[in-house]
Design a protein around this ligand. Structure first.
Ligand code: SF4
Ligand code: SF4
Length: 357
């Protein structure tokens, strides 16, 4: 029997949910949502589960991750229950549920905690620079090592256990039977969704939004590869230098468009922005922009006398890598890709079971 949380409404409001209790179950949202099927009422099922406070139903569901927030349901809701925004708030809440450290929930719910964490990380970078007597070369060397070890540690210590917890909530806890064969057969889908973001297409009439998402993901991953693996800031190969410039421009131009969209509230999905949404786009913009400026100063032989520029880039990078990636909105990219994978796993399992009969 599902556990009912009578305080779920007030809990989910802390994650940005608007007053979904106004829902009177008319079904308009289901009628317009492209993810809805005759057998499955999307997103109404999640709205009902949220109104009643059925936490287990929500943690064992993929629905919040399958929605790409086109906002059609919110537009069609006669009660302003904003089901699209509820799905967004559920994604934040689930992120906090999966996170074994509890930091995601803390940072989502208490803005002062986020500000303190950002200040501490900035001071830590300045402390490291002071340790190296504010000399560029050892600080850059440290920066490069940091990128590599931060990615590895964040993945092994935070993200991997959280993915296991996601699997626990989706498969183990509800007692779903899934064979190894289904996991293996479906594995390719994980990467397809991760790199192409193709679900956006099925969720939205506009190809522009899908393109923006895909360009952002590919630009970000390429920037990561260029700086971490190819050591862009200290590289001398023309090819690596040009590649770095190109991908950093892609990242900061694309994120600039995202920031502008949020400021203009030009789409339904931009109407409600939480601090975590702003931090994600602004920090990604700063990451691309400061990386571009640092490399430009290296090429103009100006970086030695402008160490502060590299330190600004390092502060942005450390805050991104240690706060936004493991505990903030970046995780949505990971969990969403895995949700698509699990969806495929469940479909494959169903098909295999049918064949057996
Ligand atoms: S359209 Fe609004 S009121 Fe109707 S079922 Fe959906 S959320 Fe509820
Ligand atoms: S935002 Fe779009 S995809 Fe998500 S539930 Fe609403 S209509 Fe469906």
């Amino acid at each position: 029997m599902s556990k009912v949380n009578p305080d779920f409404l007030s809990e989910i409001k802390k994650y940005g949910g608007v007053d979904f209790s106004a829902c009177y179950n008319c079904g308009n949202c289901t009628a317009v949502c492209s993810l809805s099927t005759p057998e499955y009422s999307f997103p109404r099922m999640m709205v009902r589960a949220s109104v009643v406070g059925l936490e287990d139903k929500i943690t064992s569901s993929l629905d919040p991750w399958l929605c790409y927030y086109c906002g059609e349901c919110s537009l069609s809701c006669p009660r302003q229950a904003n089901p699209g925004e509820l799905m967004m708030a559920l994604r934040r809440w689930l992120t906090a549920k999966y996170d074994w450290t509890g930091l995601s929930g803390l940072l989502y719910k208490f803005l002062p905690a986020t500000i303190i964490a950002f200040v501490i990380t900035a001071l830590a970078v300045i402390g490291v620079a002071a340790h190296y007597n504010f000399e560029l070369e050892p600080i850059m060397h440290f920066g490069h090592l940091f990128e590599f070890f931060a990615i590895l540690t964040v993945f092994l210590v935070i993200l991997l256990p959280n993915l296991v917890r996601m699997w626990y909530f989706l498969v183990l806890k509800p007692g779903k039977k899934v064979t190894l064969k289904s996991y293996l057969i479906s594995f390719g889908d994980l990467f397809v969704h991760m790199f192409t973001q193709k679900r956006t297409l099925g969720c939205d009439d506009s190809r522009t939004r899908w393109l923006e998402h895909m360009i952002l993901v590919l630009g970000y991953l390429s920037l990561l590869f260029t700086t971490v693996v190819l050591d862009w800031f200290r590289a001398e190969s023309i090819f690596i230098i040009a590649l770095g410039y190109l991908v950093s421009i892609v990242v900061f131009v694309d994120t600039f468009l995202f920031v502008r969209g949020r400021m203009k509230k030009n789409r339904e999905n931009n109407k409600f922005s939480q601090p975590s949404d702003w931090l994600f786009v602004i920090w990604l913009f700063l990451l691309g922009f400061t990386a571009f400026i640092v490399r430009l100063f290296v090429d103009l032989n100006l970086i030695e006398n402008n160490l502060w520029l590299y330190l600004v880039h390092m502060i942005v990078l450390v805050q991104w890598a240690l706060l936004i990636v493991p505990f903030g909105k970046w995780t949505h990219f990971l969990y969403r890709s895995f949700a698509m994978y699990f969806e495929k796993v469940f479909e494959t399992e169903k098909a295999l079971q049918k064949q057996k009969k």
